[in-house]
Design a protein around this ligand. Structure first.
Ligand code: CP
Length: 316
């Protein structure tokens, strides 16, 4: 019954975003609320045949645990199939083939392409050449829009409505692609946002310019302990070692923030700690046992959110 209810609902994204999902900038508030509602519906639909006969291609040129496996699991849970690779070394790109030619080939074998690539413009370029929808699963230091959607699904399910929340986004705001997409999505809501980072890893000017144009209300700070007791959500990220040109610079900032168990004492009762993972040293393992730490639960929302996205883009 739930599946029938789901199937009958109008698909908005296949018409509005025929190229797929490349950037969080595609989404206005209505789009975010719509896809979150579809994600919420998917929480109660474990398996279905919504995408029976469809094929998803996952092209991962960078490592991934959560994004690739949750897209693949979502596709199987919707009755579809998956092809792909999870290293640039095993595709013909290694022999010198261009991304454009790879996409022109893979689109003949699949109904939707999920791509992760170290270059910021790779997903956009793939969408330009593809006749089927492309989903950006992480493009260099640029964006990771489906992670940000699952982050918002987590917050709305575990904390409550977004409007009025105080949200801290902390860590590597320069190179972290998840935080770029998250900030853009949050700019659609009346959220008080704190960007918390070492000076060297502040949000890039071009990202801040774009957020200001979207009338986002944010403050930049370095010491999270000054505002911790006001926060509803703290979204932590790791320092992105692989993006540093000079590893000495990474060594200087890698342990700049470590959230420890006693930091929880300064938080509100309904405070929640999120992290897109992987976590390195920035959250001490003794924080994991607190019911305020929801970063592993957050990973579980990757399934309903990505099921909803795949259904939107591929369902007949
Ligand atoms: N959050 C995230 O993108 O994780 P993976 O790198 O494991 O996919």
């Amino acid at each position: 019954m739930l599946i029938k209810t789901y199937s009958r609902r109008i698909k908005m994204f296949s018409k509005k975003f025929p190229e797929g999902i490349i950037s969080a900038k595609q989404f206005d508030r209505e789009d975010v609320e719509y896809i979150l509602s579809k994600g919420r519906e998917m929480i109660s639909i474990k398996n279905s045949d919504l995408l029976k006969g469809k094929i998803l291609a996952t092209l991962f040129f960078e490592p991934s645990t959560r994004t690739r496996l949750s897209f693949e699991s979502s596709m199987y849970r919707l009755g579809g199939n998956v092809i792909g690779f999870h290293s640039g070394d095993v595709s013909s790109i290694k022999k010198g083939e261009s991304i454009a030619d790879t996409i022109r080939t893979v689109e003949n074998y699949s109904d939707c392409i999920v791509i992760r690539h170290p270059l910021e413009g790779a997903a956009r370029m793939a969408a330009k050449f593809a006749k089927i929808p492309v989903i950006n699963a992480g493009s260099g230091s640029g964006e990771h829009p489906t992670q940000a959607l699952l982050d918002l699904l987590t917050i709305t399910e575990e904390v409550g409505a977004l409007d009025g929340l105080n949200i801290g986004i902390m860590g590597d705001l320069k190179y972290g692609r998840t935080v770029h997409s998250l900030a853009i999505l949050l700019s659609n809501f009346n959220v008080n946002t704190y960007f918390i980072s070492p000076v060297e890893l502040k949000m890039r000017n071009r990202d801040k310019d774009s957020l200001r144009q979207r009338q986002m209300n944010y403050k930049e700070i370095t010491n999270f302990r000054k505002i911790l007791n006001t926060l509803d959500v703290l979204y932590m990220t790791r320092i992105q070692k692989e993006r540093f040109i000079d590893l000495e610079e990474y060594e200087k900032v890698k342990d700049f923030y470590i959230f420890r168990e006693n930091d929880l004492n300064d938080t509100k009762d309904n405070f929640r700690l999120l992290h897109p993972l992987p976590r390195i040293t920035e959250i001490s393992p003794d924080v994991d046992k607190s019911n305020k730490s929801i970063y592993f639960k957050q990973t579980s929302f990757g399934i309903p959110m990505r099921k909803a996205i795949l259904a939107e883009l591929m369902q007949d």
